[in-house]
Design a protein around this ligand. Structure first.
Ligand code: RTP
Ligand code: MG
Length: 141
């Protein structure tokens, strides 16, 4: 299995709940390493750019409002099968449908305030990592 990198965001709801450490602990327990990290207050333009693929979706405006409602914790996770592994740890988009023991089942309140983001494919991971981190600030270790 190849070593991959994926972009993870702990969204404003989970940052406000003060569970950054609990979520990091799940990454670490599953073998994922933090290769870069920043606490970021997104501007509206930055949030719109990040979620540009969803621009035409009915939930786009609410999603952007939510993502700028407070700081987010953004990290690059690195490890074997990191993209799928992180999506597994996250659970389903709607926390009501998320498997027990997943981050969203345990920390999310709704499909809008759903605690975490994770890249969904190698192509999106590369674009999303570059959106937040210059290559020289991402460290394999
Ligand atoms: P994410 O991109 O945040 O990791 O989440 P995801 O892949 O599981 O879900 P995606 O389809 O990419 O949607 C992005 C975010 O938009 C919000 N959403 N709301 N109200 C709705 O029907 C709806 N659908 C999606 C969620 O916050 C989702 O994480
Ligand atoms: Mg997505």
């Amino acid at each position: 299995m190849a070593i991959e990198r994926t972009l993870s965001i702990i969204k404003p709801d989970a940052v406000a709940k003060n569970v950054i450490g609990k979520i990091y602990s799940r990454f670490e327990t599953s073998g994922l390493k933090i290769a870069a990290a920043r606490l970021v207050q997104l501007s509206r333009a930055e949030a719109e750019g990040f979620y540009a693929v969803h621009r035409e979706r009915p939930f786009f405006k609410d999603l952007v409002e939510f993502m700028i409602s407070g700081p987010v914790m953004v990290q690059v996770l690195e490890g074997e099968n990191a993209i799928a592994k992180n999506r597994e740890l996250m659970g389903a988009t709607d926390p009501k449908k998320a498997e027990a023991g997943t981050i969203r089942a345990d920390f999310a309140d709704s499909i809008d305030a759903n605690a975490v983001h994770g890249s969904d494919a190698p192509e999106t991971a590369a674009v999303e990592i570059a959106y937040f981190f210059p290559a020289l600030n991402v460290y394999s270790r």
